[in-house]
Write a protein that binds this ligand. Structure first.
Ligand code: BMP
Length: 263
């Protein structure tokens, strides 16, 4: 099964160039940690990127929570991504028709298309949402999407039929060369080894928050749930040293991956 394969071998099977690049980056840098930089000022995000950069493969933003967004922030984040060798994902969770999504991706204040290597997308509107994003991506080779197939939140409405349809879109659709991976909560979600499984809801102290978020340990998420990349937000952001916490999560997620593939 895909969960037993090494990232290097899976890179060869990936259809999206950006998925190949991310698999290789993870294997070379020895990290499968994505930090969710869910803070509201540009200074805080840049500090996270500088301090945690050496430990992560991916930095995930929610750009619409930033109070003082500006273009020089984007330039600074991009140079930190280059310096520390990580990719940037904007967790926008697009969910509209292709034309509107294309406008939201390329325009407005944020101009996400210009700086985010990856974005998250709901499959709800159907194939046209992928086509919309792809149509305005300047360079298709350096861009891609993650499709949401399951959510970590208590009581979410996603059912088996929706999941199957989403996986079909990711593996048999028109734009498989633009789909880097799947955001989901279980190894059973998909079989194709060329897609990357991104799994949020990771915390050393398991449990939940008071708004429906559910957490599992790094080991459980990688070994039992099939995560290739674990997403950690508050588990790191609320620690007294975010640098030490990032290093700890990186070690635990990577060791779990090594155990899983027999490294
Ligand atoms: P935290 O570790 O602080 O709970 O943050 C989780 C992050 O992952 C948030 O940025 C959230 O938007 C995202 N996320 C999630 O928690 N569950 C999902 O199913 C999909 C997500 O993108």
């Amino acid at each position: 099964s895909r969960t037993k394969m090494r990232f290097e071998a899976r890179a060869d099977l990936a259809k999206a160039k950006i998925a190949k690049d991310l698999f290789k980056l993870m294997a070379t840098k020895k990290t499968n940690l994505c930090i969710a930089a869910d803070v509201t000022s540009t200074d805080e995000i840049l500090k996270i990127a500088e301090v945690c950069g050496p430990h992560i493969c991916l930095l995930k933003t929610h750009v619409d929570i930033i109070e003082n967004f500006n273009i020089s922030f984007v330039q600074a984040l991009k140079s930190l991504a280059e310096k520390h060798n990580f990719l940037i994902m904007e967790d926008r969770k697009f969910a509209d028709i292709g034309n509107t999504t294309a406008l939201q991706y390329a325009n407005g204040i944020y101009k996400i298309a210009e700086w985010a290597n990856l974005v998250t997308v709901h499959s709800l509107p159907g194939q046209s949402i992928i086509q919309g994003i792809k149509s305005v991506a300047a360079n298709v080779e350096s861009r891609g999407v993650f499709l949401l197939t399951e959510m970590s939140s208590q009581g979410n409405l996603i059912n088996d039929k929706y999941k199957e349809g989403t996986i079909k879109m990711a593996t048999e659709g028109l734009d498989t060369d633009f789909i880097a991976g799947i955001v989901c909560q279980s190894a059973e979600c998909f079989a194709f080894p060329g897609l990357i499984q991104l799994t949020p809801g990771v915390k050393i102290d398991e449990g939940s928050d008071n708004l429906g978020q559910r957490y599992n340990t790094p080991e459980f998420v990688v070994k039992e749930k099939g995560a290739d990349i674990g997403v950690v937000g508050r588990g790191i952001l609320n620690a007294s040293s975010i640098e030490k916490a990032a290093s700890l999560y990186r070690d635990r997620l990577w060791s779990a991956y090594c155990d899983r593939v027999g490294l």
